[in-house]
Write a protein that binds this ligand. Structure first.
Ligand SMILES: Cc1cc2nc3c(=O)[nH]c(=O)nc-3n(C[C@H](O)[C@H](O)[C@H](O)COP(=O)(O)OP(=O)(O)OC[C@H]3O[C@@H](n4cnc5c(N)ncnc54)[C@H](O)[C@@H]3O)c2cc1C
Length: 467
């Protein structure tokens, strides 16, 4: 019998696997070709093409702890996160509040942005104060407070009717959460502006060599203990062990372990973990995700580009809501500008749903055409382009989400949950929930060892093939 089986080889599962690597573990990942889940990047010369998570938490975070332990380097993302392209103009600097006066538009259009803009700016400050860490407080208590902030109505109800100009200005930012304004809770929408404007605890770091450097490094460390193409179908908890049934290479298999970390998206966990308490099962079924369609573009320009000093560019009335200058880390480290670059775009929520059934080649052409509208000449410098689609792009907090948190985080026997849906900070939540699940599993394993005379042998005796 294994000590722990980890279901899902995304960032949460791999963080748990890293922490449990001294135990006899096994990671089951459904993807037949790759590990990492929504962390997906490829190194291309001095640049990185990226399709998934790319901005990581700094400071005193679990992300920084994991990066330090694994010896993976990160760097503060250089340049502005507040670029915006609207009505034919591209702005990168100055307070965001001045943007309505600097984009070409009618006076009525400017005024229609100022009213909701002032309300939002005040509430971003209120949010920042409300969610700031308090002395002596546990991370769980703080997370609960973040969920509770304005969690009883949607962002659309909070912001009210917007003019067409105001929609162009605000909606692309809130949609980056993977939810439309009528889906996301008001507080989460306000929180997203705080995250993007990088007030309070933001996601301001990039992994040198690309985000997948971290997931691939962990996977390399435990390579013999990962099974790709292992689609878990049932997880059954018993008083002293857990049984996991999965299919691989067309065969149904079974593995037994003393503990399990379930690091799959909530809806998968809801489906496969068959005997969790009914309350937890129901809460998992209520978690909501929006899709992301993402594009990565390697470019071969030989001259500086208008976006060189900018990382994040909100885009109005385009097929994507944001363009992310993935070449910026290289820009921040060079003394003279080298040739080439890398750009990422993504279409979340209803924009992603609209593109879901469109073939990838057509999406790439659409993205390139829109990038070319904003940055004339872009289409001539694209050397490589690839599109990826993520059904579970990001989880989002909807009205009433706060009530589920105590249920989702209450330990239950030998199955421990991990994943970004357990909090509000994406990669940081994935990592911290993976670490927490691992430490809870390790504590059960240590107790088992104390009560059982025969320590774990390290040999896998729990495998059988059920054809
Ligand atoms: C386009 C895009 C941009 C993003 N940008 C950012 C960003 O800048 N900053 C940030 O913090 N976050 C960002 N995110 C979100 C971030 O990538 C995720 O929060 C994080 O990677 C989630 O990790 P996870 O381990 O919880 O889930 P996942 O990565 O989804 O891992 C779950 C794993 O479980 C596997 N699995 C599913 N079903 C089964 C099964 N039945 N059996 C076995 N395995 C199974 C999946 O294949 C997957 O590998 C972005 C996401 C996308 C898509």
């Amino acid at each position: 019998m294994k000590d722990a089986v980890i279901i899902g080889g995304g960032l949460a599962g791999l963080s748990a696997a890293w922490k449990l690597r001294q135990w006899d573990i096994e990671v089951l990942e459904s993807d037949p070709d790759r590990i990492g889940g929504r962390i997906m990047s490829e190194k291309r010369g001095p640049y990185v093409m990226n399709w998934g998570g790319h901005m990581f938490a700094g400071g005193n975070s679990s992300s920084m702890e994991l990066l330090a332990e694994t010896g993976i380097h990160s760097a503060r993302i250089p340049g502005s996160l507040q670029g915006m392209a609207m009505n034919g103009k591209f702005l990168t600097t100055g307070p965001v509040m001045t943007y309505p006066f600097r984009f070409p538009m009618s006076t009525a259009g400017r005024m229609s942005i100022m009213m909701p803009g002032s309300k939002l700016a005040l509430d971003v400050l209120r949010y920042t104060r409300a969610v700031a860490a308090r002395p002596g407080e546990t991370p769980e208590a703080r997370q609960q407070r973040i969920y509770e902030f304005e969690n009883d109505r949607t962002f659309a109800d909070y912001i009210g009717d917007l003019s067409e100009d105001a929609k162009k200005f605000f909606i692309p930012v809130v949609m980056r959460s993977a939810a439309d304004p009528h889906e996301i809770a008001a507080g989460a929408g306000i929180g997203y502006f705080s995250l993007i404007w990088n007030i309070g605890q933001g996601l301001g770091r990039s992994i040198v060599g690309g985000a997948a450097t971290l997931t691939e490094h962990i996977a390399q460390t435990i390579r013999d203990r990962i099974q790709l193409g292992a689609v878990v179908e049932e997880v059954i908890q018993h008083p002293d062990h857990v049984v996991v049934r999965y299919t691989r290479d067309g065969q149904t298999r079974e593995t037994k372990a003393r503990t399990a970390v379930m690091a799959t998206p909530a809806s998968i966990t809801h489906k496969v973990a068959v005997n969790l308490s009914s309350e937890l099962h129901e809460a998992l079924g209520k978690i909501k995700y929006g899709p992301h369609v993402a594009g990565a573009f390697l470019t071969n320009e030989t001259k500086p580009m208008p976006y060189d000093g900018t990382y994040g560019i909100a885009t109005a009335n385009k097929s994507f809501t944001v363009a992310l200058n993935q070449g910026n880390l290289t820009r921040g480290r060079e003394s003279t500008r080298q040739s080439g670059g890398s750009m990422m775009t993504f279409s979340p929520a209803s924009m992603g749903r609209k593109l879901w059934d469109v073939d990838k080649e057509t999406i790439a052409q659409t993205y390139i055409r829109d990038l070319n509208d904003i940055f004339p000449g872009f289409e001539d410098i694209v050397e490589d382009a690839r599109i990826e689609k993520f059904e579970f792009g990001s989880p989002y907090a909807f009205p009433g989400r706060a009530r589920l948190q105590p249920i989702l985080t209450r330990p239950e026997g030998r199955v421990f949950l991990a994943g970004d849906y357990l909090g509000t900070l994406y990669t940081e939540t994935a990592i911290s929930s993976g670490i927490t699940a691992a430490s809870e599993a390790a504590s059960v394993l240590a107790t088992d060892r104390q009560t059982s005379p025969a320590p774990s042998s390290g040999r896998d005796v729990g495998h059988s093939v059920l054809i």
